[in-house]
Design a protein around this ligand. Sequence first.
Ligand code: NAP
Length: 309
Amino acid sequence: MSATRLDGTLCAAAIRGELTPRVAAFASAHGRAPSLHILLVGDDPASKVYVGAKERAGVETGLHVSVHRMPATSTREAVLGMVYQLNEDATCDGILVQSPLPAALGKKAEQDVFDAINPSKDVDGFHPLNVGLLVQGRATLAACTPSGVIELLERSGIAIAGTRAVVIGRSEIVGKPMALMLLQRDATVTICHSRTKDLPAVTRDADILVSAIGRPGFVTPAMVKAGATVIDVGVSPTSDRQQVASLFGDRSERLASFDKKGSTVVGDVHPGVWDVAGAMTPVPGGVGPLTIALLLKNTLVAAESRAAR
Ligand code: NAP
């Protein structure tokens, strides 16, 4: 392994350490802590784990966190009703609706629900108003995962201006906002997706390569320029021993740990890329912890901005 490890856990701890006194200052000025309200609809096991992690991290940082649990059988109107109620609640600073919503609510439900959130409380940064402000380079609340990647790059001293950046994936929550944030910091940005032709030729040009597609080991050493910074946003849980062995090797520590637990999470980037890249994020322990830290930061920023009005 030659690439420098970009440690998201350490970086997230630093961000959270900076937030704690600001959260305390808000609480003493306003007689209440900034508050984050999480809406969890249904019983998706992964969502329960993510919501638990967000709740714990929020409480540790001094935020007030409320989790509103609704059954999987909830109607679209009931979910929207809960969002409207939180919009009106003057003591609620941030609203997060955990994705995915139950499939029974229909394909468009998620967009309708995200669109219903008061933009000043939209701590996920998904509302079209906040996305529009991001496009114009004046967002107050922007998507947490790409914001976390930017924090990690900047705090690790990795220059963005003037570099060639390639983002694989064009989702609304990661790929597109990631590309915009890199562009605003003066990178020359290319976005790749499932219809990109000769993708390795594009990625080999990247000084900064961000992969956000959710395909284990997709980015191979041959796709990476020597010395590039590689950010692995992908998180794919797996219980396939053969897949873990083929990615990490038969005698790897990862396989030994997999054999104890029966599952692991893997990123989009093949472990062989550690020998080619200049700096790289691990999975787990890379981008994931930063996403949560930026959610807490957005909650504080939302509270401060609303209080300043
Ligand atoms: P998504 O909405 O499913 O989007 C995936 C993107 O990848 C799409 O734009 C798709 O292209 C592209 N893609 C799929 N296969 C491809 C291929 N073979 N070649 C090139 N592009 C391909 O996913 P997402 O929500 O952005 O999440 C992506 C990954 O990041 C997932 O593993 C997710 O779990 C992870 N994630 C991690 C965090 C974190 O905090 N660490 C946060 C969010 C997401 P098309 O548009 O052409 O279909």
